[in-house]
Design a protein. Structure first.
Ligand code: FES
Length: 385
């Protein structure tokens, strides 16, 4: 056994065991968009103590100064000796106060009863709190979906379920404990809940094996439209929890809920409803006819396959503009550690505005294949095309 220390937590790990697995098993979040396959270069941890030798892949994915300062990729690191691990600071929770006021309706709820509407996104979990009698939204809590340690997209998470015994249960436990954590922070009893998400997210929540979604004929175990008791899902909800129906394996209950909320099953005009998340889903609606489809969309905006891409962590460049020179801001005003989705869009806009790339993303100067946003963070040719 070897000792791994993370903050004040000391973990005894089997010698030689993979560091990412050890951290996951102990409930420690490490961003792992490629699911630990050594491709994305995002599962960076800083190691002090017995620093393992750097692998060839790490040499390609880490900068010289990162390697020298002890940064390694957790998925490519084995626990070979006593290590102290320093993790990047992930921003996981945000909240807002009173947000929305609805007209009081006679809906059968008692005054003061609270309900939640939960949107389990592949990347972000959002929990909306409502006073059920009035329909007023009273609070919102959101944060990174911590299942991300098993991969940024649904296919990586389905693969993790197949590759790792217990990953399905752990991902289910992870989302349930995140929702329960937000409920505890809110501090009131929850009478009922509605939970939406894409079809894979609802499988992971309910413990159903999602592997059929990833291979022909691409069918999961359920399209839901099911009522559970809160305790059946391990949720701190006193009454019922409704999971609305998904439309198909790749068009989830979040789209169903959006279409209903917007009355798009009755629209007189053609309306195009688009939800760009980690998965992009869209619906073209008119009258009682609705066509739906979905595409992979978001991992690039969450840092996957972008050299210095990162999620919304402290130090992520989140705004870029040109004012006689390239200017930027970072989350929490921390020193730049990478660039997140909003920064990436801004940076490419600046590159077009200043003629670094043309509107197709082609670098205008054949000698150059990098655009520096800060001293250490750049956008590369491969990032764009
Ligand atoms: S390289 Fe380790 S999770 Fe992607």
């Amino acid at each position: 056994m070897v000792e791994i220390q993370v903050g004040s937590m000391k973990i005894q790990a089997d010698k030689g065991k993979n560091l990412l697995s050890v951290l996951r098993d102990n409930g420690i979040f490490v961003d792992a968009p490629c699911g630990g396959t050594g491709h994305c270069g995002k599962c960076k941890v800083k190691i002090a103590g017995e620093i393992p030798p750097v692998t060839e892949t790490e040499q390609a994915l880490l900068t010289r100064s990162e390697i020298v300062s002890g940064t390694r990729l957790a998925c490519l690191t084995d626990c070979t000796g006593t290590m102290r691990i320093m993790l990047p600071e992930y921003k996981t929770v945000s909240k807002a106060g009173f947000l929305e006021t609805a007209q009081e309706i006679d809906n059968g709820f008692c005054p003061g009863e609270t309900g939640i509407a939960v949107d389990i996104g592949t990347t972000t979990l959002a929990v909306y709190f409502y006073e059920l009698k009035s329909g007023n939204m009273t609070d919102v809590r959101s944060g990174l979906n911590l299942q991300r340690r098993y991969g940024a997209d649904v296919i990586s998470r389905i693969s993790a379920c197949e590759a790792e015994q217990d990953a399905l249960r752990k991902m289910g436990d992870s989302i349930v404990s995140q929702i329960n954590g937000y409920i505890r922070e809110y501090g009131k009893k929850i009478a009922s809940a509605v939970i939406v998400g894409n079809t894979t997210m609802l499988h992971l929540l309910t413990g159903l094996d999602p592997s059929g979604i990833a291979k022909a004929p691409y069918l999961g175990q359920s399209l839901f439209g099911v009522m559970y008791a809160g305790h059946q899902l391990g949720l701190q909800v006193d009454g019922e929890v409704y999971l609305p129906p998904c439309i198909s394996s790749y068009v989830g209950a979040d789209i169903t809920a959006g279409l209903i909320a917007m009355n798009l099953d009755r629209s007189k005009e053609h309306v195009f409803y688009i939800d760009i998340g980690t998965n992009g889903e869209m619906a073209l609606c008119k009258g009682n006819t609705i066509f739906c489809c979905s595409v992979a969309a978001g991992p690039a905006f969450e840092g996957a396959k972008i050299k210095f891409g990162t999620g919304s962590v402290a130090g992520a460049i989140n705004r870029v503009w040109y004012d006689g020179g390239v200017k930027y801001t970072t989350i929490d005003d921390a020193p730049p550690v990478g660039i997140c989705g909003s920064g990436l869009i801004d940076a490419v806009a600046v590159m077009v505005e200043t003629g670094i790339v043309d509107e197709t993303g082609r670098f205008m100067d054949d000698q150059s294949d990098e655009f520096f946003v800060s001293e250490s963070i750049s956008i590369t040719r491969q990032d764009i095309r």
